[in-house]
Structures are given as structure tokens and as C-alpha cells.
Design a protein around this ligand. Sequence first.
Ligand code: ADP
Ligand code: MG
Length: 280
Amino acid sequence: MAVKPRGTFLRSGKVKDIYKLDEEHLLFYFTDRVSAFDVVLPSTIPRKGEVLCKLSAFWFETLGVPHHMVSTEGPNMMVVNRMTMIPVECVVRGYLYGSLYDRLLKGEVSLPVDRVLAAKLPEPYFDPTTKSEIKDEPITEAEIVSEGRMSQFELDFVKGSTKSIFWRMSQRARDSGFILADLKLEFGRRNGTVLLGDSIGPDEFRMWPADRYAPGRSQDSYDKQPVRDWLTGAGYKEKLDRARKSGEPAPQPPVLPPELISLVSDRYVHIYEVLTGRKL
Ligand SMILES: Nc1ncnc2c1ncn2[C@@H]1O[C@H](COP(=O)(O)OP(=O)(O)O)[C@@H](O)[C@H]1O
Ligand SMILES: [Mg+2]
């Protein structure tokens, strides 16, 4: 990307690079990096960073909840108010999928729903986790309060806010032909108030094309599925699983073919345009 970020480099996430502008402000630089099966690939996806930045900005502007965004800069940068992050990932799920499905099968949670993969839950389920560099673990609401992660008052607010954001985003998705399956939000504190933070993009939610939805099997995710499928077909997934089983580091992933890269790039642009009604 042409425009260089400013500020002092703080850290690199899987997708965002974070810079400190001053004591009060951070700059998020959304890169074109892509990961699959939790491995960052050597190829990048043109315009992905721009889509993630502008999609996040769209949600902050339209959700109608207090948030940390100050402005966007260039195609892929966002200035935010620096906050003290609340050490809880606020996950909400509308469908039985991912780790919730696994936990239900293992009897770790009980839910009034048939054990069918991708079944719709009777109502959105607040399913918070800890915020960890290694692996986020489920945490109960009682533990959140007793461990001092949030006061009961903050928890009530954050839970209500998470559910209402999920509801609004679901409606938007439905109008665009998608199902919002689940969502992860992060909140932080600033000057005594709790604000919505971080970013809201395809790494923070699962959206499924509604016309291909069928319970009882894994669902096509609109964005990175072709990358996952290609890596599986190329034998990389198998190699990775074998390495992980024997505790070895992830093997070097292959470079993606140019046709696949442009197909995935087009998908990102497409989802942005249908969800927002804006042209990229
Ligand atoms: N306004 C904010 N102030 C301070 N930290 C923030 C703010 N918004 C988000 N963060 C934190 O910044 C980090 C983003 O990094 P990370 O999630 O690792 O990046 P990526 O999503 O690219 O993997 C998270 O730890 C998140 O909690
Ligand atoms: Mg993140």
C-alpha cells in the first residue's frame, strides 16, 4: 500500500499493525496479510486491508454505540482513542458452530438445541472468553466478576450491548443475503466510560451466504474458504495437522496461485459493497 503509517510501531497482530501516535491515540494499519488455520500465509490479498478498515469504520459509524474510532486515514488506516482494554472477548453466537459445538458434544455446556452442526440457537447466546495470546478459554459471567475483570454493572452493560450489536449486524447481513453466525467484540475503558473497541471484520465474525445455508454440515464462509480449500487440496492442511499432533512448528505454507488471490480479493470487495451499500 502506498501510504505509510505514522507514529511509533507498537506491535503486529495477525492482520493489524499498531502504532502509537501519542498518549491518547493509536493508529491501526490494516495489512493485506491473510491467515488460514491460524498460520499467516506468505501471499497477501490486494485490497483486503482496505476492506477490513472501511468495514470496521462502517460498523462504528452505523451501530449507534459509543466506540473508540476517531477517524480513518488513507485507504487502510484508522486512528482510535487509546483505551485500557477489558480482558474479556465478548462472543455472541446465533448458531451452534465452532468451539461451541465441540463443547456441547463434550458435555461442557448445556443448550436447548439439537446437536446438529450449524443449527440456529433459539436466541443469541452470550459466550465470553478470556483474552489470551495463546488460546482463549471460555469464562462464566460469575468468574468475570469474581476475578475482577468487570464489575457486575459493566458486565450487564457490555452483555446487553454485545447482544444488541449482534442483532443490528444480523439484520444488515440478512438484508444483504448473509447469515451472521457469530461475533466477537472487545470493549475498553476510557475516562470512566466503557467503549466498543478493536475492529469488526471477517476475523471477528462468521458470515455465511444465506442461500447455501444447510444445518448438519460445515458452512461455506464467504471470504477465506477458497484459501482453506486450496491449502487442503494442496496437502498443506494434512501436513500442518501432522506437525501439530507431534508438537512440531507449522510447516512453511505454499504461495497461493494468482487466480486464487484475485478471486479472494474480489470476494472481500464484494462482501464490503453488499453489506455497506457503498462502493469501495
Ligand atoms: N482503543 C484501543 N486501545 C488499546 N488497545 C486496543 C484498542 N482497540 C483494540 N486494542 C487492542 O489491540 C490489539 C489488536 O491486536 P490483535 O487483535 O492481535 O491484532 P489482529 O486483529 O491483527 O490479530 C488487541 O489486543 C486489542 O485488544
Ligand atoms: Mg484481533
